[in-house]
Design a protein around this ligand. Structure first.
Ligand code: ADP
Ligand code: MG
Length: 486
């Protein structure tokens, strides 16, 4: 079935309905560029039910509308016609630009680029990166960009929808548009796509013609800041003139009081001058105890988004895209669906591990000719499978729960009192801080009323020992751990 004038009429009414339900802003943002294509029979058993095909110009819109407004759109159609079962959202450019059977996601230029990069083929990136940005000013060159890490290759799932949406917004903002989120701060555990998103923004700077600088925090530390210190004001101004987008990865590696002070100063002046800043770290701003309050509040003052663990659906989708890329270089490489699903089920908390697993399967298969079976997959993945990763726990939370459990005040734990009724709870809280967070001994000491790291070390050793010899105590610790991780 194709579009008839009455269908177009109905579409007009559906849009009016959505418009009045959602208001001007939301409607224009997400539905302004949506077009009606056709109504067709549903593929299911009941042929009297219909599916409406709608198109939007970008994958981002498709994902966003699909995730947030699908039911609402379906309901708006059902008012017109009860036989409408669902909607099929498509990306318009994909249907126009490419010959019909090819899907952009699977075989577009980026898939090729990705495949080339996976296989190590030395194909130059398809677009000419603007990095390093400032030749002739050594200290201000950016870190290198990986041609695979683009928006096209980023798979959107529930865990990263918001981070992806914000990154896209920042990446596609117009020169003169008011900055919506500044700074944009993305945090997540390792291997969940922070660098991927940041580099995608940097690559996109290419198309929007915005002058972009991507740096790891370390590079920032050694280059950018020393340039600020040593260059004459004039040379410095010349070098940074016109930068509009500053992207800093791995903020957690920014070390040293004076460097941090400089960073704070830089960040403030950049943002005041209207630059967009994008920052990634393995922890939220509030957990950057090393940064001073002013920076922390500046970092929290834009948009802070976390990327969570990838859901199973996303893991399958990522594996599928990796497989498609691998097959472009190695057409004989086969991975049965059952194996793919098994890998997705086994490797639950990290996208990098999924890459690793796929590379091992490919490597083993290429080198030995052994077909990829479930058994082979198990073998290759063995050391990638880890016990369920711990939820991020905050030291304050540990102190609160432990204090409550032992019926003392949290301030007692931080105090210098040495009576037995607070010494034990304090040691337990220190021990839990060590095993449930990534904090260092000195860090933990500071958080317990400025104690020395040897005190923490001593507490941890002592508790470890107790846990191993006293099963009642071990159970108590387990119960506290469970409470903290729920
Ligand atoms: P992080 O910087 O958070 O440690 P990376 O961005 O380096 O993580 O991601 C690790 C690997 O996983 C990279 O190869 C990246 O391309 C891939 N990856 C992570 N998230 C996604 C995603 N949503 N879609 C596709 N690939 C992803
Ligand atoms: Mg990273």
């Amino acid at each position: 079935m194709t579009s008839t004038s009455t269908d177009q009429e109905r579409w007009r009414r559906v849009k009016e309905r959505l418009h009045s339900e959602l208001g001007d802003d939301v409607f224009t943002s997400w539905f302004g560029r949506m077009e009606f294509e056709q109504i067709s029979n549903s593929a299911g058993p009941n042929k009297d039910q219909h599916i409406v095909t709608l198109t939007v110009p970008t994958r981002f819109l498709k994902n966003w509308v699909g995730n947030h407004y699908r039911d609402r759109v379906v309901r708006a159609w059902q008012v017109e016609d009860e036989s409408i079962l669902g909607i099929d959202l498509r990306v318009r450019s994909a249907t126009i630009k490419l010959p019909p059977p090819v899907r952009e996601e699977e075989s577009g230029p980026n898939a090729k680029r990705f495949a080339a990069a996976v296989s190590g083929a030395n194909e130059p990136p398809l677009c000419n990166p603007r990095m390093p940005l400032m030749r002739g000013h050594e200290a201000l060159t950016g870190s290198p960009l990986d041609p695979r890490l683009t928006f096209e290759n980023f798979v959107v799932g529930r865990n990263n929808t918001l981070a992806h949406a914000a990154a896209t917004q920042v990446a596609t903002a117009d020169h003169n548009e008011k900055l919506m989120f500044n700074p944009l701060y993305v945090h997540a555990r390792v291997g969940l796509g922070k660098t991927h998103l940041l580099q995608a923004i940097a690559w996109a700077g290419n198309t929007t013609e915005r002058k972009t600088l991507y740096l790891t925090a370390e590079r920032f530390m050694y280059g950018f800041i020393s340039a600020m210190r040593t260059q004459t004001t004039l040379a410095f101004k010349e070098a940074v003139r016109g930068i509009e987008l500053l992207i800093i990865d791995d903020l957690q590696f920014l070390q040293g009081r004076s460097t941090q002070a400089e960073f704070c100063h830089t960040l403030n002046s950049l943002i005041d001058a209207g630059w967009q800043a994008v920052i990634a770290s393995d922890r939220p701003p509030s957990d950057h105890e090393d940064l001073d309050d002013r920076v922390r509040s500046r970092l929290s003052g834009g948009l802070v988004v976390e990327i969570g663990s990838p859901g199973e659906e996303l893991r399958v989708e990522i594996l599928e895209s990796r497989l498609a890329a691998a097959k472009m270089m190695h057409p004989a490489f086969e991975v049965l669906r059952a194996v793919l699903l098994h890998v997705a089920k086994s490797l639950t908390h990290n996208v990098r591990d999924l890459d690793g697993a796929m590379n091992r399967l490919l490597g083993r298969n290429k080198l030995t000719g052994e077909p990829v079976t479930l058994e082979m997959a198990e073998r290759e993945m063995r050391d990638l499978i880890r016990p369920v990763e711990l939820k991020r726990v905050r030291i304050e939370e540990i102190q609160r729960i432990v204090a409550r459990h032992y019926n003392v005040g949290r301030s007692d734990l931080l105090s210098s009192r040495r009576t037995a009724n607070v010494v034990r709870p304090r040691q337990v809280a220190m021990y839990l801080s060590k095993i449930l967070t990534l904090r260092s001994f000195p860090d933990i000491g500071r958080r317990f009323g400025g104690r020395d790291h040897t005190t923490v070390l001593h507490a941890v050793r002592k508790m470890e020992n107790l846990v191993s010899i006293d099963s009642v105590f071990a159970e108590e610790i387990e119960a506290l751990k469970r409470q903290l991780q729920d």
